[in-house]
Design a protein around this ligand. Sequence first.
Ligand SMILES: O=C(O)c1ccccc1NCC(=O)[C@H](O)[C@H](O)COP(=O)(O)O
Length: 207
Amino acid sequence: MLRTRVKICGITRLEDALAAIDAGADALGFVFYPPSPRSVEATVAEAIIKQLPPFVTTVALFVNESPDQVRAVLDQTGIDLLQFHGDESPDYCNQFERPYFKALRMSPDIDVVAETKRFASASAVLLDAYRAGIPGGTGEAFDWDRIPADLSKPLILAGGLDQDNVKQAIDHVRPYAVDVSGGVEAAKGLKDSFKIISFMNEVSRAN
Ligand SMILES: O=C(O)c1ccccc1NCC(=O)[C@H](O)[C@H](O)COP(=O)(O)O
């Protein structure tokens, strides 16, 4: 049985990227959304990515960004995978020369099944907590019972995960992957290597 895959998001420092990799993370997320304290410049992400060992997926996260800026970041960094965390349409997401996954925020009225089907070309869907006016990184969990069974795409579970609840989340939801940011931080944008290790240990215990 394969371990649930793990994406650690909001990487801003090489030391945090290497700590995540050493602990077994499968993917690293770089936030290109300036209002976030976890946002990085493309030059910083490029410098970090150049020093990573192989076999780690890099993810660029955007929120309703201009296509030119998305392409500029891809050209600068060579990042592997796109994460769209805003109100992007399927046509918008499909225009780039990269695979992508779509983040769906669990608003009270969302139809997860329909939204998942709408992004037919997405490699996965990420389900995240919803808080009005905040696109993501809320540090809040949502009701996992709201997740439909047998979605038509691999599910990445996000929102308020940490070492204390991630085993329960995996046992309950059985996602393809989990995504964490705040739950492994000492402060916004600064990861805590001990929290990362504890989180990864709990993920391993779940499988
Ligand atoms: O992390 C952010 O600051 C952020 C800002 C704007 C849009 C998305 C953002 N993060 C998206 C992620 O994939 C986070 O890892 C996800 O929302 C979970 O965050 P957390 O609840 O802190 O684990």
